[in-house]
Ligand binder design. Structure first.
Ligand SMILES: Nc1ncnc2c1ncn2[C@@H]1O[C@H](COP(=O)(O)OP(=O)(O)OP(=O)(O)O)[C@@H](O)[C@H]1O
Length: 240
């Protein structure tokens, strides 16, 4: 579904990713774990076209999308829920969600049932249902984060990139974000997840990669990494 080979990317004169390779098979949830500054967000951006890769390939359904503009990558079926709450503040919740479906109307992919998907997104995110006519800019931070996730789902994507969906949320909302990730997983949504709560991320993942200084240091089934002493000491706080 999504296959990254020897990806290099950076900013200005600095390389951040030094040739990383990872696989996100259809219907699987894959986590990318790493300390601050390891390059997790840069990886997400390089996949979705927000940062131009310097080398390597990003294959989405067999098509190399490396270097394409972000809107083209979205049209080909990749949704990116970015770090930080990038919603359209002066539009309602419902209109933000409909905009998430926009690449479906302009791309070569089937248009599908946008209204049906809107209803399903509302059902998955009940807080948004209650606030569907509210301006997105007046939502709480946690609600905006949910809206960014729901908007990504509205693309009816083949792959969803979720970058720190629980960032800055109160514990009750963090639980809700993970509940939603589990529901999406049950629906068969293919996801690449970056999460500060590495232990919780491994719980909802099939497979994980550990990124250190722009290189993949370790990778394996999530169940295996959960019990890896080095991973536990560095990323799981030695718990469980
Ligand atoms: N727009 C930018 N311009 C220059 N350098 C950047 C830019 N964005 C990120 N960097 C640098 O790239 C490196 C990797 O950042 P990145 O955000 O990918 O890390 P991360 O693993 O997601 O970290 P965190 O967990 O703190 O979000 C960092 O050293 C960061 O300072």
């Amino acid at each position: 579904m999504l296959k990254i080979d020897n990806l290099r990317a950076g900013y200005g004169g600095t390389d951040v990713l030094h040739g990383i390779s990872l696989d996100v098979p259809q219907g699987r949830v894959v986590s990318l774990i790493g300390s601050n500054g390891a390059g997790k967000t840069t990886t997400m951006r390089a996949i979705s076209g927000m940062v131009k890769p310097r080398a390597g390939s990003v294959r989405l359904n067999g098509v190399d999308v490396a270097g394409l503009d972000a809107y083209r990558v979205a049209r080909l079926g990749l949704a990116h829920s970015p770090e930080g709450r990038r919603v359209f503040p002066t539009l309602t919740v419902a209109d933000n969600l409909l905009l998430g479906a926009f690449p479906r109307l302009t791309g070569s992919r089937p248009r599908g049932d946008v209204q049906g998907d809107l209803a399903r997104a509302m059902e998955l995110f009940p807080r948004l249902m209650e606030r569907r006519l509210q301006l997105a800019g007046t939502l709480s931070g946690g609600e905006q984060q949910m809206l960014a996730m729901a908007r990504a789902v509205m693309l009816d994507p083949d792959v969803v990139l979720l970058d720190e969906p629980s960032m800055g949320l109160a514990p009750v909302l963090v639980d809700e974000v993970f509940r939603i990730i589990r529901r999406l997983r049950e629906r068969g949504t293919t996801m690449l997840l970056v999460e500060q709560f590495a232990a919780a991320a491994l719980e909802v993942s099939d497979y994980a990669y550990v990124l250190e200084n722009g290189r993949i240091a370790v990778h394996g089934p999530a169940e295996q990494l959960k019990h890896d002493p080095a991973v536990r000491a560095a990323y799981l706080g030695g718990v469980h």
